[in-house]
Design a protein around this ligand. Structure first.
Ligand code: DOR
Ligand code: ZN
Length: 376
């Protein structure tokens, strides 16, 4: 494979500098000042499906969508079919992920038998509201104790199912869950991360004992500007414009630790059906949606790198130092049909994004938009 090196304007340690990346002796590709080079993005929350759900997405398709979006490392979720609750399945999945062109990490599912954690030694465990329903809070507490001693992070989809009202999942379910988990964290000493939070109160309440992330959809979409019954359906639910704007203000104020997509592919047929499954696809454009907030002056470029590269890399325990993404500083309209994985529908259709991903470098190779691949 032809090898190249890259020369261009990079944002490094808080300022712009001209850099040359890659090995001596390789052909040099120059990027003008219409482009910037950033560290590769790290997304701690994706659903790459595969196995019994490969009609929705596959590991390879998910990785292609990630690269298209400038994402070089992911934390995949365990709600596959079957759900990953044993050391054996956890290892099998990690082995499959190891051959992808991106850096692959996996959050393990809650095991019925907590001894599975001793065998699997996961970096993190994902707790769903369904796990609380199935195993009860007592089991979650025991899991947290085990993780405190093994050193795993407990990642919560924090909604207490006791506060669901039929199909309704009100903000109260998140508030009550956060209260409960805060108490359990202080009792057990477990390291906690609250994923896809939707309320400014959660960001405030988490200070000092948990890290939090927000999704592009809870920052940008709400019950007024997103009304499609299928495409806009997601858990936790989109909130009112008032709550959504308050969350965005909290994000702009620096009270959120990370940005993560919760990229959750389903087929268009499923999303258009009478009972659509929850989940939104966005990883192909998540960086560009974040850069549009930079362009609007809501956050700084340093925030972009902190929120979607440095902090998430720390949570996943990945070294993203050898990776980078090249973005063209131009506006564009989001088009689902341009997405690279199996999921080509998105409620962000027609949204204005900024900073088109021109190339993404991970694991010794550079992938250009349009399909060329070189070694670095
Ligand atoms: O909207 C969601 N989709 N929320 C979840 O918690 C699961 C996810 C999925 O797997 O589709
Ligand atoms: Zn998810």
């Amino acid at each position: 494979m032809d090898c190249v090196r890259i020369e261009g304007r990079a944002y490094v340690a808080g300022r712009f500098a001209r850099v040359r990346l890659g090995r001596e002796g390789c052909r040099t590709l120059q990027f003008s000042n219409d482009y910037i080079i950033l560290p590769g993005m790290v997304d701690i929350h994706v659903h790459f499906r595969d196995w019994g759900l490969s009609h929705k997405e596959t590991l390879a398709g998910g990785a292609a969508a990630a690269l298209a979006g400038g994402v070089v490392a992911v934390g995949d979720m365990p709600n596959t079919r079957p759900h990953i609750r044993t050391a054996e399945l956890y290892r099998k999945r990690l082995e499959e992920g190891a051959s992808l062109p991106i850096i692959y990490r996996l959050h393990m599912g809650v095991p019925g038998d907590l001894a599975e954690l001793d065998a699997a030694r996961p970096g993190s465990v994902k707790v769903y509201p369904e796990d609380v329903e199935t195993y009860g809070w007592g089991h979650v507490e025991a899991l947290m104790r085990r993780c405190a001693s093994l050193g795993c992070v407990v990642v919560f989809h924090c909604e207490d199912p006791a506060y669901f009202k039929g199909a309704e999942r009100p903000p109260e379910a998140e508030l009550r869950c956060v209260e409960r988990v805060r108490l359990l964290a202080s009792l057990t000493g477990a390291k906690v991360h609250l994923t896809h939070i939707t309320l400014p109160q959660t960001a405030e309440a988490s200070r000092g004992w948990a890290s939090v992330d927000v999704t592009p959809h809870h920052l940008l979409l709400d019950t007024e500007n997103c009304r499609d019954p299928g495409l806009c359906l997601v858990n936790p639910r989109l909130r009112t414009p008032e709550i959504r704007k308050a969350l965005l203000a909290t994000f702009a104020a620096g009270l959120v630790d990370m940005y993560a997509t919760d990229h959750a592919p389903h087929t268009l047929e499923e999303k258009r059906s009478q009972s659509p499954p929850p989940g939104i696809c966005s990883i192909d454009v998540s960086l560009s949606l974040l850069l549009a907030l930079w362009k609007r002056g809501v956050i700084s470029l340093g925030d972009v790198v902190r929120l979607y590269s440095h902090r998430p890399a720390r949570l996943l325990g990945v070294e993203a130092g050898e990776t980078f993404v090249v973005v063209k500083l131009e506006e564009f309209k989001v088009r689902g049909e341009d997405f690279a994985g199996k999921c080509r529908h998105t409620p962000f259709e027609d949204f204005t994004a900024f900073g088109r991903v021109a190339a993404t470098a991970a694991r010794g190779r550079i992938y250009f938009r349009g399909g060329e691949v070189y070694s670095l």
